[in-house]
Design a protein around this ligand. Structure first.
Ligand SMILES: [Zn+2]
Length: 277
């Protein structure tokens, strides 16, 4: 029954669209690869293609995508143009390549607007415009964001992990800190805010970030109750910059669970790229 309605709706929408096109000679003719059932002008994907590309997602996420394919593909088209490294999957089973280092690190102490807990903090240049924007907006709401930890080299991550193993034992250290080359911090696009511990949860700064960080392209990496999925316990202070389009996509279509979206993109983004018109 539902399918029949969809079919009728698509036919009706097509008739209306075709009728409009006939009356507007300025409209360019469809490109050679455009098919009548395409869900978005930038992709040669019809409903069946998108259903196949989302088949293994949890049902609520899949349904959200199939109910709003145009918005989803709009965001996909935009995030495919993000600078390299913003969406790379780094977790306990996906290490960064040996010797991988970001090339555009900037000293945060050069930006007086930012409040820093240490002077030697570095982030990739591509994060700065949105970070400064976010700090300015937070300030208007009476919140001064405190940036506490950012880029860590693989060598430094090794010392952090080894110290944690010595102090808390391996099992706890594995929940709290990453192995070298497996840390998002090595990307140079991650910020730990505030006190970097559970005391941060529920503070005005944390609540502001929770509500607003996504608007500036920042996404919480290790949400509450998702340890089995992410490999890490809840870290209310750890935000990864993934760009505004990806942060919006995570929120609208992936239940704001960065890990599921990044795994999804890791597996499928090339298929979307191949379907671009
Ligand atoms: Zn962190």
């Amino acid at each position: 029954m539902g399918k029949t309605y969809h079919f009728i709706f698509i036919m009706l929408a097509c008739t209306l669209a075709c009728g409009r096109a006939d009356n507007s000679p300025a409209q360019p003719p469809p490109g050679p690869q455009t098919r009548s059932g395409n869900l978005h002008p930038a992709f040669s994907l019809d409903r069946e293609d998108l259903a196949a590309l989302t088949a293994e997602l949890p049902p609520p996420m899949r349904e959200a995508i199939l109910e709003n394919p145009r918005d989803f593909l709009d965001l996909m088209s935009r995030l495919m143009r993000e600078p390299e490294g913003l969406l790379v999957l780094v977790d306990k089973s996906h290490p960064l390549p040996e010797g991988w280092e970001p090339q555009d690190l900037k000293k945060l102490s050069d930006y007086p607007l930012l409040r820093l807990s240490r002077q030697n903090l570095l982030l990739r240049a591509i994060v700065l415009p949105d970070l400064l924007d976010m700090a300015r907006e937070a300030q208007k709401d009476g919140i001064t964001l405190l940036v506490s930890s950012t880029y860590r080299s693989a060598a430094y991550q090794k010392t952090v992990y080894e110290r944690n193993v010595r102090e808390m034992g391996q099992q706890t250290a594995d929940r709290e800190s990453a192995w070298p080359r497996h840390s998002q911090h090595q990307l140079g696009t991650v910020i730990d805010f505030g006190s970097i511990n559970d005391d941060f949860t529920g503070t005005p700064m944390q609540r502001w970030l929770d509500a607003n960080a996504w608007k500036y392209g920042f996404s919480l990496s290790f949400p509450e109750g998702r340890e089995e999925l992410t490999g890490y316990r809840y870290e209310s202070w750890h935000f990864r910059y993934i760009g505004r389009s990806a942060a919006e996509m995570a929120r609208r279509f992936f239940g704001d669970i960065q890990q599921i979206m990044l795994e999804y993109l890791h597996l499928h983004i090339q298929k979307f790229a191949a379907a671009e018109i």
